[in-house]
Write a protein that binds this ligand. Structure first.
Ligand SMILES: Cc1cc2nc3c(=O)[nH]c(=O)nc-3n(C[C@H](O)[C@H](O)[C@H](O)COP(=O)(O)OP(=O)(O)OC[C@H]3O[C@@H](n4cnc5c(N)ncnc54)[C@H](O)[C@@H]3O)c2cc1C
Length: 391
Protein backbone atom coordinates (compact mmCIF):
# COMPACT_ATOMS: atom_id res chain seq x y z
CA UNK A 1 0.00 0.00 0.00
CA UNK A 2 1.34 3.47 -0.96
CA UNK A 3 1.54 5.78 2.05
CA UNK A 4 1.32 9.55 2.17
CA UNK A 5 1.12 12.21 4.85
CA UNK A 6 -1.83 13.83 3.10
CA UNK A 7 -4.22 12.60 0.43
CA UNK A 8 -6.50 15.10 -1.27
CA UNK A 9 -9.58 13.88 -3.11
CA UNK A 10 -10.12 16.17 -6.10
CA UNK A 11 -7.71 18.13 -8.29
CA UNK A 12 -9.98 21.15 -8.70
CA UNK A 13 -9.26 24.71 -7.59
CA UNK A 14 -9.51 23.84 -3.88
CA UNK A 15 -7.54 20.58 -4.00
CA UNK A 16 -4.69 21.98 -6.13
CA UNK A 17 -4.34 25.09 -3.96
CA UNK A 18 -4.32 23.02 -0.78
CA UNK A 19 -1.84 20.54 -2.26
CA UNK A 20 0.73 23.09 -3.35
CA UNK A 21 0.64 24.89 0.03
CA UNK A 22 0.92 21.67 2.06
CA UNK A 23 3.62 20.31 -0.28
CA UNK A 24 5.70 23.44 0.24
CA UNK A 25 5.62 22.73 3.96
CA UNK A 26 7.38 19.41 3.37
CA UNK A 27 4.43 17.04 3.54
CA UNK A 28 4.29 14.06 1.22
CA UNK A 29 1.06 14.83 -0.67
CA UNK A 30 -0.98 12.85 -3.18
CA UNK A 31 -3.95 14.31 -5.08
CA UNK A 32 -6.35 11.77 -6.58
CA UNK A 33 -8.88 12.70 -9.25
CA UNK A 34 -11.26 10.58 -11.25
CA UNK A 35 -10.98 12.80 -14.30
CA UNK A 36 -8.34 12.47 -17.03
CA UNK A 37 -7.47 16.15 -16.59
CA UNK A 38 -6.66 18.26 -13.55
CA UNK A 39 -8.48 21.52 -12.80
CA UNK A 40 -12.00 20.36 -11.96
CA UNK A 41 -14.46 23.02 -13.09
CA UNK A 42 -11.87 25.75 -13.71
CA UNK A 43 -11.72 25.13 -17.50
CA UNK A 44 -15.49 25.52 -17.95
CA UNK A 45 -15.77 28.49 -15.60
CA UNK A 46 -16.55 31.96 -16.87
CA UNK A 47 -16.99 30.83 -20.48
CA UNK A 48 -13.43 29.43 -20.58
CA UNK A 49 -11.81 32.54 -19.10
CA UNK A 50 -12.84 31.84 -15.51
CA UNK A 51 -13.94 34.74 -13.37
CA UNK A 52 -11.43 33.86 -10.65
CA UNK A 53 -12.13 36.57 -8.08
CA UNK A 54 -13.76 39.93 -7.39
CA UNK A 55 -12.62 43.38 -6.36
CA UNK A 56 -15.21 43.49 -3.65
CA UNK A 57 -15.10 40.26 -1.67
CA UNK A 58 -16.51 39.87 1.82
CA UNK A 59 -18.65 37.46 3.82
CA UNK A 60 -21.72 39.25 2.41
CA UNK A 61 -21.00 37.68 -0.97
CA UNK A 62 -21.49 34.14 0.31
CA UNK A 63 -24.50 32.07 1.38
CA UNK A 64 -24.12 29.57 4.21
CA UNK A 65 -26.01 28.52 7.34
CA UNK A 66 -23.19 30.23 9.21
CA UNK A 67 -22.54 33.50 7.36
CA UNK A 68 -19.43 34.20 9.49
CA UNK A 69 -17.66 30.96 8.59
CA UNK A 70 -15.86 32.32 5.50
CA UNK A 71 -14.38 35.37 7.23
CA UNK A 72 -11.19 33.82 8.56
CA UNK A 73 -10.25 32.08 5.29
CA UNK A 74 -11.05 35.16 3.19
CA UNK A 75 -8.88 37.28 5.48
CA UNK A 76 -5.94 34.90 5.18
CA UNK A 77 -6.18 34.35 1.44
CA UNK A 78 -8.05 37.29 -0.02
CA UNK A 79 -8.93 38.37 -3.54
CA UNK A 80 -5.67 40.36 -3.54
CA UNK A 81 -3.68 37.20 -2.82
CA UNK A 82 -5.37 35.46 -5.75
CA UNK A 83 -4.59 38.40 -7.99
CA UNK A 84 -0.96 38.51 -6.75
CA UNK A 85 -0.58 34.79 -7.46
CA UNK A 86 -1.59 35.32 -11.09
CA UNK A 87 0.56 38.42 -11.46
CA UNK A 88 3.66 36.80 -9.94
CA UNK A 89 3.29 33.99 -12.43
CA UNK A 90 2.65 36.09 -15.50
CA UNK A 91 -1.01 35.24 -16.09
CA UNK A 92 -2.73 38.20 -17.72
CA UNK A 93 -6.15 39.16 -16.36
CA UNK A 94 -8.86 41.63 -17.20
CA UNK A 95 -11.23 43.51 -14.93
CA UNK A 96 -14.83 43.55 -16.13
CA UNK A 97 -18.10 45.06 -14.83
CA UNK A 98 -19.06 44.50 -11.21
CA UNK A 99 -15.40 44.11 -10.18
CA UNK A 100 -15.04 40.70 -11.83
CA UNK A 101 -11.55 39.49 -12.71
CA UNK A 102 -11.18 37.08 -15.63
CA UNK A 103 -8.16 35.47 -17.27
CA UNK A 104 -7.34 37.51 -20.34
CA UNK A 105 -6.53 34.49 -22.49
CA UNK A 106 -7.77 31.19 -21.09
CA UNK A 107 -8.62 29.56 -17.78
CA UNK A 108 -6.32 26.69 -18.78
CA UNK A 109 -3.42 29.00 -17.87
CA UNK A 110 -4.63 28.97 -14.29
CA UNK A 111 -4.89 25.17 -14.28
CA UNK A 112 -1.36 24.88 -15.67
CA UNK A 113 -0.08 27.25 -13.00
CA UNK A 114 -1.71 25.37 -10.11
CA UNK A 115 -0.41 22.03 -11.42
CA UNK A 116 3.07 23.50 -11.83
CA UNK A 117 3.04 24.86 -8.28
CA UNK A 118 2.02 21.41 -7.05
CA UNK A 119 4.79 19.76 -9.03
CA UNK A 120 7.34 22.30 -7.73
CA UNK A 121 6.39 21.45 -4.16
CA UNK A 122 6.68 17.72 -4.77
CA UNK A 123 2.95 16.98 -4.86
CA UNK A 124 1.89 13.96 -6.88
CA UNK A 125 -1.30 14.27 -8.96
CA UNK A 126 -2.76 10.96 -10.02
CA UNK A 127 -5.57 11.28 -12.59
CA UNK A 128 -8.11 8.68 -13.81
CA UNK A 129 -8.41 7.58 -10.18
CA UNK A 130 -12.01 7.30 -9.10
CA UNK A 131 -12.25 6.71 -5.38
CA UNK A 132 -14.65 3.94 -4.52
CA UNK A 133 -14.11 3.64 -0.78
CA UNK A 134 -12.73 5.60 2.15
CA UNK A 135 -12.37 3.93 5.52
CA UNK A 136 -10.43 4.30 8.71
CA UNK A 137 -7.95 1.84 10.11
CA UNK A 138 -6.66 3.05 13.46
CA UNK A 139 -5.08 6.46 12.89
CA UNK A 140 -4.91 5.93 9.14
CA UNK A 141 -7.37 6.69 6.33
CA UNK A 142 -7.43 4.00 3.63
CA UNK A 143 -8.54 5.15 0.19
CA UNK A 144 -9.47 2.62 -2.45
CA UNK A 145 -9.13 3.25 -6.19
CA UNK A 146 -9.96 0.10 -8.15
CA UNK A 147 -7.71 -2.59 -6.70
CA UNK A 148 -5.21 -0.14 -5.27
CA UNK A 149 -5.17 1.09 -1.68
CA UNK A 150 -3.58 4.31 -0.48
CA UNK A 151 -2.93 5.14 3.15
CA UNK A 152 -2.60 8.57 4.72
CA UNK A 153 -2.66 10.26 8.08
CA UNK A 154 -4.64 13.28 6.89
CA UNK A 155 -7.45 13.23 4.37
CA UNK A 156 -8.70 16.33 2.56
CA UNK A 157 -12.01 16.11 0.71
CA UNK A 158 -12.06 18.57 -2.21
CA UNK A 159 -14.43 16.67 -4.47
CA UNK A 160 -16.72 19.60 -5.30
CA UNK A 161 -20.50 19.61 -5.53
CA UNK A 162 -22.98 17.76 -7.71
CA UNK A 163 -23.75 20.83 -9.84
CA UNK A 164 -23.14 20.54 -13.60
CA UNK A 165 -23.03 16.72 -13.68
CA UNK A 166 -21.94 16.86 -17.35
CA UNK A 167 -18.37 17.20 -16.06
CA UNK A 168 -18.57 13.98 -14.06
CA UNK A 169 -19.35 15.20 -10.56
CA UNK A 170 -19.91 12.66 -7.78
CA UNK A 171 -21.51 12.67 -4.34
CA UNK A 172 -18.44 11.15 -2.71
CA UNK A 173 -17.70 14.21 -0.60
CA UNK A 174 -21.15 14.21 0.96
CA UNK A 175 -20.98 10.42 1.45
CA UNK A 176 -17.63 10.61 3.26
CA UNK A 177 -18.92 13.43 5.45
CA UNK A 178 -22.02 11.43 6.37
CA UNK A 179 -19.95 8.32 7.12
CA UNK A 180 -17.99 10.35 9.67
CA UNK A 181 -21.19 11.67 11.25
CA UNK A 182 -21.32 15.10 9.60
CA UNK A 183 -24.57 16.89 8.91
CA UNK A 184 -25.24 17.75 5.25
CA UNK A 185 -27.24 20.90 4.63
CA UNK A 186 -29.68 19.97 1.80
CA UNK A 187 -27.90 20.37 -1.52
CA UNK A 188 -29.83 22.38 -4.16
CA UNK A 189 -29.03 23.90 -7.55
CA UNK A 190 -27.69 27.47 -7.23
CA UNK A 191 -26.67 30.10 -9.78
CA UNK A 192 -29.26 28.48 -12.01
CA UNK A 193 -31.96 29.67 -14.46
CA UNK A 194 -35.52 29.76 -13.14
CA UNK A 195 -38.45 28.20 -14.97
CA UNK A 196 -41.69 30.01 -15.84
CA UNK A 197 -44.98 29.00 -14.33
CA UNK A 198 -47.64 28.01 -16.89
CA UNK A 199 -49.17 31.49 -17.19
CA UNK A 200 -45.85 33.24 -17.76
CA UNK A 201 -44.66 30.52 -20.14
CA UNK A 202 -47.54 31.25 -22.52
CA UNK A 203 -46.87 34.98 -22.35
CA UNK A 204 -43.08 34.99 -22.49
CA UNK A 205 -42.30 32.27 -25.04
CA UNK A 206 -42.22 34.87 -27.81
CA UNK A 207 -39.41 36.70 -26.06
CA UNK A 208 -36.94 33.81 -26.18
CA UNK A 209 -33.46 35.04 -27.06
CA UNK A 210 -34.06 38.63 -25.96
CA UNK A 211 -32.37 40.18 -22.94
CA UNK A 212 -33.10 43.24 -20.83
CA UNK A 213 -31.03 45.16 -18.31
CA UNK A 214 -33.28 44.93 -15.25
CA UNK A 215 -33.30 45.27 -11.50
CA UNK A 216 -34.33 42.06 -9.80
CA UNK A 217 -35.44 42.12 -6.17
CA UNK A 218 -36.03 39.30 -3.72
CA UNK A 219 -36.28 39.96 -0.01
CA UNK A 220 -33.52 42.39 0.95
CA UNK A 221 -31.45 41.46 -2.11
CA UNK A 222 -31.30 43.49 -5.30
CA UNK A 223 -29.29 42.89 -8.47
CA UNK A 224 -29.07 45.10 -11.53
CA UNK A 225 -27.84 43.05 -14.46
CA UNK A 226 -29.07 41.40 -17.66
CA UNK A 227 -32.12 39.12 -17.64
CA UNK A 228 -32.27 36.66 -20.53
CA UNK A 229 -35.52 35.13 -21.82
CA UNK A 230 -35.13 31.42 -22.65
CA UNK A 231 -37.57 28.76 -23.89
CA UNK A 232 -38.24 27.55 -20.38
CA UNK A 233 -37.78 30.60 -18.20
CA UNK A 234 -35.50 33.44 -17.21
CA UNK A 235 -31.73 33.29 -17.08
CA UNK A 236 -28.85 35.79 -17.29
CA UNK A 237 -26.69 37.09 -14.46
CA UNK A 238 -29.45 38.84 -12.50
CA UNK A 239 -31.55 35.66 -12.41
CA UNK A 240 -28.59 33.40 -11.54
CA UNK A 241 -27.88 35.74 -8.62
CA UNK A 242 -31.47 35.72 -7.39
CA UNK A 243 -31.71 31.92 -7.73
CA UNK A 244 -29.60 31.61 -4.56
CA UNK A 245 -32.16 33.63 -2.60
CA UNK A 246 -35.52 32.80 -4.17
CA UNK A 247 -35.99 29.41 -2.46
CA UNK A 248 -35.75 31.19 0.92
CA UNK A 249 -37.46 34.52 0.23
CA UNK A 250 -40.12 33.51 -2.32
CA UNK A 251 -41.24 36.65 -4.08
CA UNK A 252 -39.29 38.05 -7.02
CA UNK A 253 -40.02 41.51 -8.39
CA UNK A 254 -38.44 42.72 -11.62
CA UNK A 255 -38.03 46.34 -12.65
CA UNK A 256 -37.65 46.02 -16.41
CA UNK A 257 -36.50 49.62 -16.62
CA UNK A 258 -33.59 49.18 -14.18
CA UNK A 259 -34.33 52.42 -12.36
CA UNK A 260 -35.24 54.54 -15.41
CA UNK A 261 -37.89 56.99 -14.13
CA UNK A 262 -40.84 56.42 -16.49
CA UNK A 263 -43.17 58.67 -14.47
CA UNK A 264 -40.76 61.53 -14.88
CA UNK A 265 -40.33 60.80 -18.60
CA UNK A 266 -44.13 60.82 -19.06
CA UNK A 267 -44.47 64.10 -17.16
CA UNK A 268 -41.78 65.69 -19.29
CA UNK A 269 -43.41 64.30 -22.45
CA UNK A 270 -46.79 65.71 -21.44
CA UNK A 271 -45.20 69.08 -20.78
CA UNK A 272 -43.87 69.18 -24.35
CA UNK A 273 -46.27 67.97 -27.08
CA UNK A 274 -47.92 64.98 -25.34
CA UNK A 275 -48.45 63.07 -28.57
CA UNK A 276 -45.78 60.46 -27.87
CA UNK A 277 -46.83 57.01 -26.58
CA UNK A 278 -45.24 55.04 -23.74
CA UNK A 279 -43.86 52.43 -26.14
CA UNK A 280 -42.17 55.21 -28.11
CA UNK A 281 -40.73 56.65 -24.90
CA UNK A 282 -39.23 53.25 -24.16
CA UNK A 283 -38.04 52.55 -27.70
CA UNK A 284 -34.43 51.38 -27.61
CA UNK A 285 -34.60 50.73 -23.87
CA UNK A 286 -36.61 47.51 -24.18
CA UNK A 287 -36.73 44.96 -27.04
CA UNK A 288 -39.39 45.69 -29.67
CA UNK A 289 -41.04 42.30 -29.00
CA UNK A 290 -41.29 43.12 -25.29
CA UNK A 291 -43.14 46.36 -26.06
CA UNK A 292 -45.41 44.63 -28.56
CA UNK A 293 -46.51 42.16 -25.92
CA UNK A 294 -46.99 44.98 -23.42
CA UNK A 295 -49.28 46.81 -25.89
CA UNK A 296 -51.66 43.83 -25.84
CA UNK A 297 -52.44 44.46 -22.19
CA UNK A 298 -52.13 48.24 -21.75
CA UNK A 299 -53.50 51.30 -23.53
CA UNK A 300 -50.65 52.70 -25.67
CA UNK A 301 -52.17 56.02 -26.76
CA UNK A 302 -50.74 59.54 -26.73
CA UNK A 303 -49.57 60.19 -23.17
CA UNK A 304 -51.52 63.48 -23.08
CA UNK A 305 -54.72 61.36 -23.23
CA UNK A 306 -53.79 58.91 -20.47
CA UNK A 307 -55.57 59.19 -17.12
CA UNK A 308 -53.54 59.31 -13.89
CA UNK A 309 -54.57 55.75 -13.05
CA UNK A 310 -53.63 54.50 -16.55
CA UNK A 311 -50.21 56.09 -16.10
CA UNK A 312 -49.65 54.56 -12.69
CA UNK A 313 -50.78 51.11 -13.94
CA UNK A 314 -48.42 51.37 -16.90
CA UNK A 315 -45.51 52.45 -14.73
CA UNK A 316 -46.17 49.64 -12.28
CA UNK A 317 -46.32 47.06 -15.09
CA UNK A 318 -42.72 47.90 -15.96
CA UNK A 319 -41.35 48.68 -12.51
CA UNK A 320 -42.77 45.84 -10.47
CA UNK A 321 -43.35 42.68 -12.45
CA UNK A 322 -44.05 39.79 -10.12
CA UNK A 323 -42.23 36.60 -11.13
CA UNK A 324 -43.27 33.34 -9.48
CA UNK A 325 -41.02 30.60 -10.93
CA UNK A 326 -42.25 27.03 -11.05
CA UNK A 327 -38.77 25.83 -10.10
CA UNK A 328 -35.15 25.88 -11.21
CA UNK A 329 -33.55 24.41 -14.32
CA UNK A 330 -31.88 21.84 -12.04
CA UNK A 331 -28.33 20.70 -11.38
CA UNK A 332 -27.55 20.23 -15.08
CA UNK A 333 -27.78 24.00 -15.61
CA UNK A 334 -26.49 25.09 -12.18
CA UNK A 335 -23.07 26.73 -11.86
CA UNK A 336 -22.98 25.80 -8.18
CA UNK A 337 -24.84 23.93 -5.47
CA UNK A 338 -26.04 25.48 -2.26
CA UNK A 339 -25.79 23.41 0.91
CA UNK A 340 -23.17 20.75 1.59
CA UNK A 341 -21.06 19.80 4.61
CA UNK A 342 -22.32 21.86 7.55
CA UNK A 343 -19.90 24.58 8.59
CA UNK A 344 -20.94 24.17 12.22
CA UNK A 345 -18.88 21.00 12.42
CA UNK A 346 -15.80 22.39 10.68
CA UNK A 347 -13.00 24.63 11.92
CA UNK A 348 -13.08 27.96 10.06
CA UNK A 349 -9.32 28.16 10.59
CA UNK A 350 -8.16 25.01 8.79
CA UNK A 351 -11.44 23.43 7.53
CA UNK A 352 -10.81 20.42 9.80
CA UNK A 353 -13.65 18.23 11.02
CA UNK A 354 -14.67 18.76 14.63
CA UNK A 355 -16.02 15.19 14.67
CA UNK A 356 -13.21 13.15 13.12
CA UNK A 357 -9.47 13.60 13.57
CA UNK A 358 -7.37 14.47 10.51
CA UNK A 359 -10.30 14.93 8.15
CA UNK A 360 -10.80 18.17 6.20
CA UNK A 361 -13.35 19.56 3.73
CA UNK A 362 -12.60 22.41 1.33
CA UNK A 363 -14.16 24.14 -1.68
CA UNK A 364 -17.65 23.67 -2.96
CA UNK A 365 -18.40 20.46 -1.03
CA UNK A 366 -18.76 22.71 2.04
CA UNK A 367 -22.00 24.59 2.77
CA UNK A 368 -20.61 27.83 1.32
CA UNK A 369 -21.96 29.19 -1.97
CA UNK A 370 -20.58 32.31 -3.54
CA UNK A 371 -22.67 34.80 -5.45
CA UNK A 372 -22.05 35.18 -9.18
CA UNK A 373 -18.84 37.11 -9.78
CA UNK A 374 -15.79 34.96 -9.04
CA UNK A 375 -16.70 34.17 -5.44
CA UNK A 376 -16.88 30.39 -5.77
CA UNK A 377 -13.36 30.13 -7.13
CA UNK A 378 -12.16 32.59 -4.48
CA UNK A 379 -13.73 30.37 -1.82
CA UNK A 380 -12.04 27.30 -3.32
CA UNK A 381 -8.68 29.13 -3.19
CA UNK A 382 -9.18 30.62 0.29
CA UNK A 383 -10.39 27.40 1.92
CA UNK A 384 -7.74 25.33 0.09
CA UNK A 385 -4.97 27.70 1.15
CA UNK A 386 -5.96 27.77 4.84
CA UNK A 387 -6.27 24.01 4.96
CA UNK A 388 -2.87 23.54 3.29
CA UNK A 389 -1.27 26.00 5.67
CA UNK A 390 -2.77 24.76 8.92
CA UNK A 391 -3.24 21.06 8.31
C1 LIG B 1 -20.43 26.23 -16.04
C2 LIG B 1 -19.81 26.78 -14.79
C3 LIG B 1 -19.24 28.04 -14.79
C4 LIG B 1 -18.67 28.54 -13.61
N1 LIG B 1 -18.08 29.77 -13.65
C5 LIG B 1 -17.49 30.25 -12.53
C6 LIG B 1 -16.78 31.48 -12.56
O1 LIG B 1 -16.60 32.11 -13.61
N2 LIG B 1 -16.28 31.96 -11.37
C7 LIG B 1 -16.41 31.24 -10.18
O2 LIG B 1 -15.95 31.72 -9.14
N3 LIG B 1 -17.03 30.05 -10.15
C8 LIG B 1 -17.55 29.53 -11.29
N4 LIG B 1 -18.14 28.30 -11.26
C9 LIG B 1 -18.11 27.54 -9.99
C10 LIG B 1 -16.67 27.02 -9.74
O3 LIG B 1 -16.18 26.43 -10.94
C11 LIG B 1 -16.65 25.99 -8.62
O4 LIG B 1 -17.30 26.48 -7.49
C12 LIG B 1 -15.22 25.62 -8.23
O5 LIG B 1 -14.46 25.26 -9.36
C13 LIG B 1 -15.25 24.48 -7.22
O6 LIG B 1 -13.93 24.05 -6.97
P1 LIG B 1 -13.69 22.71 -6.15
O7 LIG B 1 -12.23 22.48 -6.21
O8 LIG B 1 -14.36 22.79 -4.84
O9 LIG B 1 -14.47 21.57 -6.95
P2 LIG B 1 -14.31 21.05 -8.48
O10 LIG B 1 -13.71 22.06 -9.37
O11 LIG B 1 -15.64 20.51 -8.84
O12 LIG B 1 -13.26 19.86 -8.34
C14 LIG B 1 -13.61 18.63 -7.73
C15 LIG B 1 -12.74 17.54 -8.32
O13 LIG B 1 -13.02 16.33 -7.61
C16 LIG B 1 -13.02 15.27 -8.53
N5 LIG B 1 -13.84 14.17 -8.00
C17 LIG B 1 -15.16 14.18 -7.73
N6 LIG B 1 -15.55 12.96 -7.28
C18 LIG B 1 -14.45 12.17 -7.28
C19 LIG B 1 -14.22 10.82 -6.95
N7 LIG B 1 -15.20 10.00 -6.53
N8 LIG B 1 -12.95 10.31 -7.06
C20 LIG B 1 -11.94 11.11 -7.50
N9 LIG B 1 -12.11 12.41 -7.84
C21 LIG B 1 -13.36 12.93 -7.73
C22 LIG B 1 -13.59 15.87 -9.80
O14 LIG B 1 -13.21 15.14 -10.97
C23 LIG B 1 -13.02 17.29 -9.79
O15 LIG B 1 -11.84 17.40 -10.54
C24 LIG B 1 -18.71 27.78 -12.41
C25 LIG B 1 -19.26 26.49 -12.44
C26 LIG B 1 -19.79 25.99 -13.60
C27 LIG B 1 -20.39 24.59 -13.59
Amino acid sequence: MEKYDIIIIGAGAAGLMCGQVAGKRGYKVLILDKSGKAGGKIPISGGGKCNFTNNDCSADDFYSENPHFVKSALARFSQWDTLALLEENGIAWELRDHGRYFCQHSSSELVTLLCELCRNSGVLIRLNSQISKVERSGEEHIITVGDTHFGCEKLVVASGSCAWPQCGTTDIGYDIARDYGHKIIPVCPALVPLHYNKTDAALMAELTGNSVLATVNCGRYRFQEEVLFTHHGLSGPAILQISCIWPHEGKIHIDWLAGFDLTDAIEKGRASDGSITISKLLHGRLPRKFLQIWQRYYEDIAIANLSASQISQAVESFNSWHFQPSGTAGFSKAEAASGGVSTNELSSKNMGSKLARNLYFIGEVVDVTGALGGYNLQWAFSSGYCCGLEI
